[in-house]
Design a binder for this molecule. Structure first.
Ligand SMILES: C[S@@+](CC[C@H](N)C(=O)[O-])C[C@H]1O[C@@H](n2cnc3c(N)ncnc32)[C@H](O)[C@@H]1O
Length: 168
């Protein structure tokens, strides 16, 4: 089964948006949320050149506001959510994504290891603490089951989490 509707939080230049848009079947759609107007502009022109026409849209503004519009507009449930923005707000992004999802939706959250800082009991890094609060919410959320995949490579030691929505 293909994802038809995707929400991305954090566009930057549109690199991941382009790959996700290319994976969509005809009629599929990705909405990507970006707070920085300059990034949105660059992403928009990259998408025009590299993504299938009419499948991708970058919306400008703080992510915590925009999905509420989507809910108010009764957008159909999302099939896939990719979260990669400010990690101190990861718990809030998760809270926004879950009500827009349905059983079978996958929520992928990037940069959740942060060189091991997330597992360091003594860290004061607000980004690592944001990831940890999000992990605590996933653990306490009966609708989700999740795992973290650590990665070590040229960009150092990090990883991503995959949460699967089990029920409404
Ligand atoms: C790591 S980059 C995203 C990279 C992109 N997903 C990719 O793989 O090509 C994070 C982006 O999130 C944006 N961002 C940060 N806080 C945000 C917020 N509250 N709402 C929307 N976008 C935000 C930043 O401006 C930045 O462009």
């Amino acid at each position: 089964m293909y994802a038809q509707r995707i929400l991305e939080i954090g566009t930057l230049a549109g690199y991941s948006t382009i790959w996700l848009a290319r994976a969509l079947p005809p009629g599929g759609r990705i909405v990507s949320l970006e707070i920085d107007p300059r990034h949105r502009e660059v992403a928009g022109s990259n998408l025009e050149r590299a993504a299938p026409a009419d499948r991708a849209e970058v919306r400008l503004g703080p992510a915590v506001d925009l999905p509420k519009e989507m809910v108010a507009g009764k957008d159909p449930s999302l099939d896939f959510v990719f979260i990669e923005a400010s990690q101190d707000a990861y718990p809030e992004y998760l809270d926004l994504a879950v009500p827009l999802a349905h059983p079978g939706t996958l929520i992928v959250i990037d940069n959740v290891v942060r060189g091991g800082a997330v597992a360091d009991a003594h860290t004061h890094d607000p980004l690592a603490l944001g990831v940890r609060r999000m992990s605590d919410r996933i653990a306490a959320e009966p609708r989700l089951t999740a795992t973290t995949i650590p990665m070590v490579g040229l960009k150092g030691h990090d990883g991503f989490a995959i949460a699967s929505v089990q029920r409404r």
